[in-house]
Design a protein around this ligand. Structure first.
Ligand code: TGC
Length: 386
C-alpha cells in the first residue's frame, strides 16, 4: 500500500529498533490521543492520566543513559517526538519538558546524589519536573534575567519571577535558573518549598491541551545541596535547550504530516463542481508542495539525529533544523486548513489545532529571529546580538 507521506523510503533509512519505537508510539497516539484530543483541547485540559503510559513506553528521559532512564538513541527519541506531535504538540511538549529540559539539566549538571534522587522517579513518571528560564520581561535574552539567588551561609535565598513554564503547577521539582554574584546558576527546587507558587496561564489560543505557568519565587530558601554544580553561566541552560530544540525539529514534522494527511483525505472525498477536490491541479500542487517539505524536513531531522548520535551535532545545525522545520510545518498546517474550507475551523479536523500549537512551538526554545541570527553569526562570524 502507498504511504502518501513517504516519498523517500524512510523505512529503508531506519533500523529495526528505530521502526519499532516509531510504530509503538504511533499506535499509542492512534488509540489514546486521537480519539480524545479534540475534547482535551476544547476544555484546555492536559491529560495527566496518560503520564504512566508515557513512562511505560519509555518516553520520559528517553535518551538519557542510566539512573532508570531508557537510554534510547537520539534518532529513536526524534521518531517518538514526531509521532507524538502528529497527535498534538502539547503531548510532545510534555515529554520535552520532562525529559529534554528538567531531566537533562539534572543528568548533565547534577551530582550523583541529585541524579539518583530524582532521575529514576522522573523516568517512571512518579515525579514531574519543570524548567524555569524565561521571565516575564523577555524570553529571547535570558542573560538579562532578574531572578536572583543570594548566598545565605551554606544555602541560598531566591527571589524573582518566571513565565511560560511548562508543567510548573503539576511538577514536584523545578529547575530554576537564577543570577548570582558568580553568574547564572541552576537550582533544584522542590515545588513544595515555601515561597514557590505556580499559576497556570489561562485563555491560551495555542497549546490548549498543555500547561504553562507563571512562577513566583519569594524569599525561597534552599540548602547548598540544591545547586547544580555542573552548570556555570548560560551554557548550562543552553545545553538543555539544545536537547529540546532537537526534539522540536522532528515534532514539527509530525504536526505537518498529520495536517497534510487530513487535507489529502478530505480532498479525495470532497466533491466540488462534480469531481473530487484532489482532481484539481491547484489542489495537487498544494499537496505535492506539502509532501516535498515534509520529506525534506524529515531527512534534515534524520541527518541531525545521526550527527547527534555520533556526538557531532553543532548548535547552529540545531538552529537550522528548528527554524526550517517550524517554518515549513506551520505553513503546511495553515494551507491544509484552507483546503478544508469552512470545515477546517472546527476541532473535527486537526490542521488549525496544529497550526495554532505551532505558533507556540516556533516561539519557544528560540524564535525564528533568534535562530536566524544564530545562523547569521555562524555564516558571517559577526554576532547581531551584542
Ligand atoms: P552567548 O554569549 O552567545 O552564550 C553564552 C554561553 O553559552 C554558550 N552557548 C551555548 N552552549 C551550548 N549550546 C548552545 N546552543 C549555546 N548557545 C550559547 C556560549 O558558547 C557561551 O559559553 P561560554 O562558556 O563562553 O560562556 O549568549 P547570549 O546571551 O549572547 O545569547 C545568545 C542567544 C540569543 C543565542 C541566546 O540567548 C538564545 O539562544 N536565546 C534564546 C533563548 C531561548 O531559547 N529561550 C527559550 C527558553 S524556553 C523556556 O524557558 C520554557 S521551556 C518550555 C516549557 O517550559 O514549556
Amino acid at each position: 500500500m502507498i504511504d502518501p507521506s513517504d516519498l523517500i523510503d524512510l523505512d529503508g533509512l531506519l533500523t529495526d529498533g528505530e521502526r519499532a519505537v516509531r510504530d509503538g508510539v504511533r499506535e499509542f497516539v492512534d488509540t489514546e490521543i486521537r480519539p480524545n484530543i479534540a475534547g482535551w483541547y476544547d476544555r484546555a485540559e492536559f491529560p495527566l492520566e496518560l503520564v504512566p503510559r508515557l513512562a511505560e513506553l519509555g518516553l520520559l528521559g528517553m535518551h538519557i543513559e542510566g539512573y532508570g532512564c531508557p537510554g534510547r538513541s537520539s534518532v529513536e527519541y526524534g521518531l517518538a517526538a514526531l509521532e507524538l506531535e502528529a497527535g498534538d504538540s502539547g503531548l510532545r511538549t510534555f515529554v520535552s519538558v520532562q525529559g529534554s529540559l528538567a531531566m537533562s539539566a539534572i543528568a548533565k549538571h547534577g551530582t550523583e546524589e541529585q541524579k539518583n534522587e530524582w532521575l529514576p522517579a522522573m523516568a517512571a513518571g512518579s515525579v514531574l519536573g519543570c524548567f524555569g528560564l524565561t521571565e516575564p520581561a523577555g524570553g529571547s535574552d535570558p542573560g538579562s534575567m532578574l531572578t536572583f539567588a543570594k548566598k545565605d551561609g551554606d544555602g541560598w535565598i531566591l527571589n524573582g519571577s518566571k513565565r511560560w513554564i511548562g508543567l510548573a503547577s503539576v511538577a514536584q521539582v523545578a529547575i530554576i535558573w537564577a543570577m548570582t554574584d558568580d553568574g547564572v546558576r541552576g537550582f533544584l527546587v522542590p515545588t513544595d518549598t515555601r515561597g514557590f507558587t505556580a499559576t497556570p496561564i489561562a485563555q491560551k489560543l495555542s497549546m490548549r491541551a498543555s500547561i504553562q505557568c507563571d512562577v513566583e519565587l519569594t524569599d525561597l530558601r534552599l540548602p547548598g545541596t540544591a545547586l547544580l554544580p555542573g552548570a556555570k553561566g548560560l551554557r548550562g541552560p543552553f545545553e538543555c535547550l539544545n536537547e529540546a530544540r532537537y526534539g522540536i525539529i522532528w515534532g514539527a514534522m509530525g504536526a505537518a504530516r498529520d495536517s497534510y494527511l487530513a487535507a489529502l483525505d478530505y480532498s479525495k472525498e470532497r466533491l466540488q463542481f462534480g469531481k473530487p477536490l484532489a482532481g484539481y491541479q491547484l489542489t495537487q500542487l498544494k499537496l505535492v508542495d506539502m509532501a516535498l517539505e515534509i520529506n525534506k524536513g524529515i531527512l534534515l531531522a534524520l541527518q541531525l539525529g545521526r550527527l547527534k548520535d555520533a556526538g557531532a551535532v553543532q548548535p547552529h545545525q540545531i538552529s537550522m533544523g528548528k527554524l526550517n522545520n517550524c517554518r515549513e510545518a506551520i505553513a503546511i498546517c495553515r494551507e491544509a486548513r484552507a483546503m478544508l474550507g469552512g470545515n477546517g475551523i472546527t476541532l473535527d479536523h486537526s490542521p488549525l489545532r496544529h497550526a495554532n500549537n505551532l505558533e507556540s512551538v516556533r516561539t519557544y526554545e528560540g524564535t525564528d529571529e533568534i535562530h536566524t541570527l544564530i545562523l547569521g553569526n555562524h555564516i558571517t562570524g559577526i554576532s547581531a546580538f551584542r
